[in-house]
Design a protein around this ligand. Sequence first.
Ligand code: GLU
Length: 508
Amino acid sequence: MTAKARTRFAPSPTGELHIGGVRTAIFSWLLARHTGGEFYIRIEDTDRERYVPGATRRILEAFDWLGIDLDGGPDHDELRAMPSNEDYPGALDDGEYKGIPGPFVQSQRLPLYKQWAEWLVAHGYAYRAAETPEELSRMRAEAQARGQTFVFREEMRLRTDVRPDEPHVIRMRVLPRDGQTEFDDLIRGHLTFDNAQVDDQVLLKMDGFPTYHLAVVVDDHLQGVTHVLRGDDWLPSAPKHVLLYRYFGWPEPRWAHLPNVLGTDGKKLSKRHGAQSVFEFRDQGYLPEALINFLALLGWAPGGGDEQNVFTRDELIAKFSIERVGSSPATFDYNKLDWLNGVHIRRLSDADLAERLIPFLERAGICIDSPARRELLLKIAPHIKERLKKLTDAAPLVDFFFADISTPPMDALIGPKMDRQSSLEALRATYRLVESFEPFEDAPLEQAMRALCAELQLKPTQLFTIVRNAVTGKPVTPPLFATMAILGRETCLTRLARAISCLQSPGE
Ligand code: GLU
């Protein structure tokens, strides 16, 4: 086993947790768990303009739902101290996380960033500047007009005598000016950036908040991060971070910039392709087990001829390795996710499936609000398992167990290649059988009904179509005889009687 990795997921609370971000988190978590290390969440809330109240709570709740366990993250006190009080019942108490120094919310670590920004100034790696946003946009526009990308340098300052006690920013000095910054990425290999293209990045803003670039380096170092995994849209920022590590004289973490996730049409994943946020997937009836399995395969495969696609969490943890993450973009195939979800649903125990179905049934108006109804759902669960791709598929398959049905239209009660009279006779014969047949159970019932087909000279599909429609009100249901046994003799008789009177002419 490789050395223990300490990894983090560092979302900015600017909206819903997007599925691409979750994949990054899953890879980080798998790496930590595989090596017996630690995984934690740090909230990067330094951009006050993009801050969305409630986003932090929803991110943490999404991790709870996914079952991704943390060794560190914002506790009750930290969440309560956020501007919009992000506390939620699942958060841990202070002190329950051990080993990784908090706080885990960047806005609660401001003195640290100031301290290290000043350290950089004192050691010649950073300087003060005070250009206004308007001045900067003018400079940017002028550079663009010359066909150049705008790269800020110290000598471009409009005021050089900026005092520490007046409003200003602190910018890093990219050094050496004409050199290159090189580093190794676990996924992209050896990378080289021309310093001439790297901006003298603002590290500390006028409002006293750090930019992402300073905060991420200070925190990853102080919190002992060994591997930085993030989307490769962060690659252009990496040389700035690498330089800061070198200025501070801190050991660099291993870098791993993960390839993008694209839709099957090769375009960047967007609303057009389907669900985007973790909660959308949850509400559409996906299991966390399936989502984790699916996301882990976006860019990673066990390799070595191992074709396995279906993984439990433990199997993923055992097999994951960052070296086997590919560098080409991964494709998000919703059909594969549906397939995997079906596989994971079939792996659930009946009791677990029943439990997970409850909120979906309730949402569809089927209340599972008594022990008897729970019991009934538990009996149904094994019979629908095979037919579910998503938990949302269940309601139309089970509603007739929990509520009376309206008598189906006459057409539905006439069997294929049959007429009203022969269908009526078939229903009457079924009624008589159901009235007295013992034991009223799945397999014996099937046998008896098949014998009845022979007796009536009907094909099974003919008789079973009529009976299915009569007792469930639907053409597609869980297996018919299990359904009848669960509905019970009385309910079947009531529904068959209604179907009979529907086919019967008045006075017949
Ligand atoms: N806060 C950054 C984000 O929102 C984190 C990037 C990183 O992991 O370094 O994606």
